[in-house]
Design a protein around this ligand. Sequence first.
Ligand SMILES: CC(C)(COP(=O)(O)OP(=O)(O)OC[C@H]1O[C@@H](n2cnc3c(N)ncnc32)[C@H](O)[C@@H]1OP(=O)(O)O)[C@@H](O)C(=O)NCCC(=O)NCCS
Length: 158
Amino acid sequence: MVYLRAIHPDDRKSLREELFLKLSPESLRNRFFGMKLDLTPSELNYFTDVDFSHHVAFVAEVECDSHRRLVGVGRFVRGNGNSDHAEIAITVIDEFQGMGIGSLLLRQLINCARKLGVVQLEGSMFAKNTRMAKLLRRTRIPYRSSHESGMVSMSLDL
Ligand SMILES: CC(C)(COP(=O)(O)OP(=O)(O)OC[C@H]1O[C@@H](n2cnc3c(N)ncnc32)[C@H](O)[C@@H]1OP(=O)(O)O)[C@@H](O)C(=O)NCCC(=O)NCCS
């Protein structure tokens, strides 16, 4: 059973220890576009203390030994002035990838983005990150894509 809920500042510790520090080097590179050894306190604040208007984020949890373990996170951040364009990022820890959790987070983000009036949801990824590209294509929402220097940007027309 997977539970989705809004992220909260109290998730700082679990976001770092249960998710970030558990990611493989490949997943870290795919998410942060380079090697990243840790999250700073200010990054943890930024990632967890969100206003659900300009910056929206949800976590995915699974029940493990009678506690809920954080295994995924998805977010979008809108452009300046709460524009109708937003950037999304989704991360699921390696041992839980391929189970549909990324798709659940994406669906939740799309629903929320539509309610807030976002009309373009853009994901940037390495060209070789076919899993993220497939995740976006599987929504069957029309999209535009552009390629530049090994990166792909896919923009869903919500
Ligand atoms: C990209 C990423 C978010 C996808 O998340 P995910 O949870 O693995 O995605 P899903 O499980 O929903 O879908 C991926 C695969 O699982 C399959 N799947 C979906 N639902 C499923 C289910 N209920 N049961 C089994 N498999 C399922 C899909 O068919 C898909 O398979 P395929 O890509 O091999 O064809 C994840 O791989 C990740 O965190 N990667 C590292 C960070 C990253 O690259 N982020 C993107 C840039 S921001």
